[in-house]
Design a protein around this ligand. Structure first.
Ligand code: KG4
Ligand code: ZN
Length: 349
């Protein structure tokens, strides 16, 4: 079975083909980073136009890479939400057009389900149901019990910012470019994580919810103090030395790690009570690309004698492979969608 997956919900235009033997036959990702850079964030209108300009060519090159024709595919999947709706329209309409013209099944994939199921493609048998999922991206921060394709129980989530958003805003405050996550991870390597005393919001609280707005405010205060060099009148971000930035990044990352470990520990206890096993713990979404955070989570799963499963770094951030795979999982179960399916800007799992 072979499925083409299309992803256009944010600032990556992506098309990929996977098969039911867990092979990635093509994986094309075109990032719009440069187009959004002058604005310091993703501009929905620019994103939608860019998807429209590039998607056809990207699909063609995915087919070429896989050495396949449309007629050799078994289904066409596209992200149908949640996300920036203009971009989602482009991907969904393209997928519907191909499905209609070639008489192929259409699969409307929830972007979050794409992240949630990727580990089943890459880790094969290790990620059997049920598993615990930490979904951490620019727009989402949730802990879920994944019981089956389409069956998710939410154990907790953020009450304010997503963790990727906290990375991005922290980076922006330090004058680093978007997306901030990879930059923070990079410069934190030469930083002292103990230099700045930052809060660990929600740590020790019952339940599995997250909060990052207090951490963001605290780091803002530290950045301003650092940049003013003791003079309250002259706050200039240019005053931050490379070492200041590295120490801020490392302290921030340590605080985030402490919070994630604490919340996952709570979730593993709940998961154990419900399913009789504490894991495995799957981490997915853009922030899962962070190797320091992965190492912290591995320490945690080791203490529970279970495993941390994480897709390869390039399959953590948005891509077409995850949509193709989620589509294939749905197709195998006969969960196809009609061509009337309406894209959903909001679509909780
Ligand atoms: O899943 P994704 O590509 O898009 C959404 O669905 O949101 O996630 C993007 C987010 C951004 O906030 C980005 O800063 C963050 O993932 N991110 C990282 C790293 N790589 C990407 N955060 C921390 N460390 C990283 N290495
Ligand atoms: Zn995503």
């Amino acid at each position: 079975m072979k499925v083409l997956g299309i992803e256009t919900s944010c600032d990556e235009t992506a098309a990929a083909i996977v098969d039911s033997d867990h092979n990635i036959l093509a994986n094309k990702v075109l990032t719009q980073l440069e187009e959004h850079k002058p604005y310091g964030g993703v501009v929905p209108e620019i994103a939608a136009r860019s998807h429209m300009n590039h998607l056809d060519r990207l699909i063609r090159s995915a087919l070429e890479e896989a050495n396949l024709d449309f007629d050799q595919l078994d289904g066409i999947a596209a992200t149908a939400g949640p996300g920036l709706i203009g971009g989602v329209f482009v991907g969904v309409m393209t997928a519907k057009a191909i499905a209609a013209a070639r008489k192929l099944p259409f699969l409307a994939v929830n972007h979050l389900e794409g992240h949630a199921l990727t580990a089943r493609l890459t880790e094969k048998n290790a990620a059997g149901f049920p598993y615990l999922l930490l979904l951490v991206s620019g727009g989402h921060c949730q802990l879920l019990a994944v019981e089956d394709v389409g069956r998710y129980t939410r154990l907790g989530g953020t009450i304010d910012d997503a963790v990727g958003e906290a990375f991005d805003k922290t980076a922006k405050m330090m004058g680093l470019p978007y997306p901030g996550g990879p930059m923070i991870e990079q410069i934190a390597k030469s930083g002292d994580p103990k230099r700045f005393d930052l809060p660990r919001p929600m740590k020790g609280r019952p339940g599995c919810d997250f909060s990052f707005s207090g951490l963001k405010t605290a780091i803002r205060k530290q950045i301003l103090e650092c940049a003013s060099k003791g003079k309250s009148t002259e706050v200039d971000i240019a005053n931050l030395s490379a070492q200041d930035k590295a120490d801020l990044a490392a302290s921030f990352q340590l605080a985030v790690g402490d919070v994630l470990v604490d919340r996952c520990k709570k979730a593993m206890d709940i998961f154990q009570d419900t399913y009789g096993q504490p894991g495995p713990l799957v981490v997915a979404g853009g922030v899962a690309a962070n190797l320091t955070l992965r190492a912290r989570l591995t320490e945690l799963t080791d203490t529970y004698n279970t495993s941390l499963l994480a897709p390869p770094v390039k399959l953590c951030t948005d891509n077409g492979v995850m949509i193709a795979w989620a589509g294939l999982e749905r197709l195998r179960l006969g969960l196809t969608d009609s061509l009337d399916f309406a894209p959903r800007p909001r679509w909780p799992l």
